[in-house]
Design a protein around this ligand. Structure first.
Ligand code: ADP
Ligand code: G6P
Length: 479
């Protein structure tokens, strides 16, 4: 239920993220339809915002004029306009062709364009202004992710009365990589406008603290960064620490326990020809996810004769993502070529080696896929957290299944009891996949049970409360 209201309302709790939880999609008849936005940030924050009376400032996913603010499921959604050129320069350019590769170990080279930086600054200013419009006096403002790193400082300049926190959903790079950014100092200053900065891993927080020492001459003590006094400005101390994100475990478990989802899981297996082993991959189609490495290992296992159709099949769900960025276009071609080759060589009439689905599904269908899969392949080369790994574990109330998990995910730091792999090591990855397939059932159930304890313990509500408590307890309170 969405209602447009023209009155201006202010809120004590304001979230700012590049994307709103829903995207405006124009239908053929010209009517606007709202669809859930992609990615882990929305999965997590959507759960957090339910039951909280707050506003969410973000882009509606379409170019040009922004739709009017409206209420949706208890949230006040405040769209920020982003022009077609800004989408190209701020979103596809600076956010996803400059920052994203630098923050993910330069898996592909980063591109630096001054016009992109200018657009990034401009759009961050617009977001800051929108935040100030909806924030009540003394409000708590929670800024999210790499697209909005200048917003904390820009909000502070305008509104010294509010409390500002920022959470990074992706990794924060080691100083040696961050160093490449021509705009490293203003990015750090932008973040230090916050009272508290949250990261996925302790290593990410430490990378940030080191960068502040190297490029701002800040003094640091443990997880605290102090900026030297500058023309009239007093010194400020900001805390940066790890608060690993999670999912709404209870609601997903409940969904996975529902009769309809369990039945759908069986239907999925049946429609795949009831293979002995069903492997599953679920990712945005992104080069950070290690999909190529996963397919390479899978293909070689067929070549070696360790796997064959119809006993084994892989379902690879790859959500369309950032489709106009060159590196994503190239990846898509590579993946689709590889899938075609594997199927051409190893599928049989009636049994397909790889089911490749370049589509989005609703939560119930995702839960059914997780329940149906014997082995979940999570093989990123670098990933801030990876919520898919946690979702898989949350759905396996039957203690069935096995999780293959890359050590380069944030999730690894909590779920080290999974079948751990280094996706760069194809030989090792093949062995790990085989262990996950052929492992003794009792051992696998014990592993799943241990994983479930970890995931259940730290759910998304706990994460949000932890972040907000750290923000509340930050070194300096506004005057
Ligand atoms: P990222 O944020 O990088 O995309 P995460 O694994 O942290 O990676 O989060 C991805 C989120 O998107 C999860 O909640 C997952 O269930 C969801 N998701 C991934 N692929 C699809 C898809 N094809 N359809 C629907 N939801 C998807
Ligand atoms: C990751 C990022 C989010 C982003 C999401 C989807 O989860 O951390 O900030 O929203 O991917 O990417 P997109 O570019 O489509 O917003």
């Amino acid at each position: 239920g969405c209602t447009s209201v023209d009155k201006q309302t202010t809120f004590d709790f304001v979230v700012a993220a590049n994307r709103l939880p829903v995207d405006a999609v124009e239908r053929e008849d010209g009517e606007v339809e709202w669809r859930r936005s992609p990615g882990g940030l929305v999965t997590a924050m959507d759960s957090v915002m339910r039951g909280r009376d707050g506003a969410w400032v973000g882009w509606a996913g379409t170019p040009g004029e922004a739709p009017a603010p409206f209420e949706s499921e208890g949230m006040w959604l405040h769209p920020v306009p982003v022009s077609a050129e800004e989408i190209e320069h701020y979103y596809e350019g600076f956010s996803n062709d400059t920052l994203w590769p630098i923050y993910h170990d330069v898996i592909v080279p980063a591109r630096f364009r001054r016009t992109w930086w200018h657009a990034y600054r401009r759009v961050n200013e617009r977001f800051a202004e929108a935040v100030c419009e909806v924030a009540a006096k003394g409000a708590t403002v929670w800024v999210h992710d790499y697209q909005l790193q200048l917003v904390p400082e820009l909000v502070r300049e305008r509104r010294p009365d509010v409390r500002i926190g920022w959470f990074n959903h992706i990794p924060f790079p080691p100083v040696e990589l961050f160093a490449q950014l021509p705009w490293r100092a203003p990015l750090l200053r932008g973040l230090l406008g916050a009272d508290y900065l949250g990261f996925q891993r302790t290593a990410d927080a430490q990378n940030f603290v080191r960068a502040c020492r190297s490029y701002l001459g800040a003094t640091t003590k443990g997880d605290r960064v102090t900026l030297p006094a500058e023309d009239g400005q007093p010194t400020r101390t900001v805390r940066a620490s790890a608060v690993p994100i999670s999912i709404d475990v209870a609601s997903l478990t409940e969904l996975a326990r529902s009769e309809s989802v369990q039945q759908r899981a069986q239907e999925i297996r049946a429609s795949l020809g009831d293979p002995k082993t069903l492997l599953l991959g679920v990712d945005r189609l992104d080069y950070t996810k290690g999909i190529r490495h996963r397919l390479k290992a899978y293909e070689e296992l067929f070549e070696d004769g360790a796997l064959s159709c119809p006993d084994v099949t892989l379902v690879q769900v790859a959500t369309p993502s950032r489709e106009r960025v060159d590196a994503y276009k190239r990846l898509r071609t590579q993946i689709e070529t590889t899938v075609g080759r594997i199927n051409g060589t190893y599928s049989t009439v009636g049994a397909t080696a790889v089911h490749y689905l370049h589509q989005s599904y609703d939560r119930a269908e995702m839960a059914a896929l997780y329940l149906a899969a014997d082995v979940m392949l999570v093989t990123p080369l670098r990933d801030g957290m990876n919520l898919v790994a946690k979702e898989y574990v949350a759905c396996r109330h039957d203690l069935g299944g096995a999780l293959v998990l890359s050590e380069f995910t944030g999730a690894y730091h909590e779920l080290s009891q999974a079948f751990i792999c280094n996706p760069h090591d194809i030989e090792g990855l093949k062995q790990t996949i085989m262990r996950a397939i052929t492992g003794d059932e009792r051992t696998k159930r014990r592993m799943m049970s241990a994983l479930r304890k970890r995931v259940t313990h730290n759910d998304v509500t706990r994460w949000a409360n932890h972040f907000l408590a750290n923000l509340e307890a930050s070194p300096e309170k506004p005057a």
